[in-house]
Design a protein around this ligand. Structure first.
Ligand code: HEC
Length: 149
């Protein structure tokens, strides 16, 4: 009994810290995305050769661009909403037919594996709006989208 009490004293605060941390989008991003997606373009060829997926800024640029051109005149809020919804679906049910990525991405990296069982829906709700804000491109006057540096 004594040992159990001691164990719960040690373990419980630890669990509480981990659970709180997991709700932080930057921690989720590190744990669930960054092992595959680098933030931005690789600094040199050596790093580029190790890439297993398109960079996050590039991925989000293509996503936002795709969503924007499919929904003419859409507001910024709506654009964010449908982009986040797209990602939420794609992370569990990735499919080349749905994609906004270019063929070259698939030829090089293949289709993203489903993250079902690896990331919970509640975690996606915390993470995905943050990913969108952090990596979203800016719309230029000519209507094109500039990559987030
Ligand atoms: C095991 C490696 C891996 C992990 C982990 C991973 N991805 Fe991907 N992801 C890929 C690859 C490869 C592609 C490019 C092919 C594709 O679009 O399916 C991709 C594509 C994407 C796309 C583009 C969808 C489109 O329009 O085609 C988004 C958005 C994305 N990932 C978001 C995420 C987020 C957010 C996370 C973390 C929760 C994540 N990925 C974790 C490998 C990964």
């Amino acid at each position: 009994m004594k040992i159990f009490k001691l164990a719960s004293l040690v373990v419980l605060p630890f669990v509480a810290i981990v659970a709180k941390d997991v709700r932080k989008p930057e921690v989720l991003f590190q744990q669930k995305c960054q092992m595959c997606h680098m933030d931005g373009l690789p600094k040199n060829k050596k790093i580029a050769n190790k890439m297993v997926s398109p960079t996050m800024n590039y991925t989000i640029k293509n996503l936002v661009w795709g969503m924007d051109s499919e929904h003419d005149g859409i507001s910024e809020n709506e654009l964010k909403k449908i982009s986040v919804e797209f990602m939420k679906d794609y992370l569990y049910y990735p499919d080349r037919k749905k994609t906004n990525c270019e063929d070259i991405s698939f030829d090089k990296f293949g289709v993203m594996p489903s993250l079902k069982g690896f990331i919970a829906e509640e975690e996606m709700d915390v993470l995905l709006p943050w990913v969108y804000d952090k990596f979203k491109p800016t719309k230029q006057k000519d209507g094109s989208w500039a990559l987030k540096e």
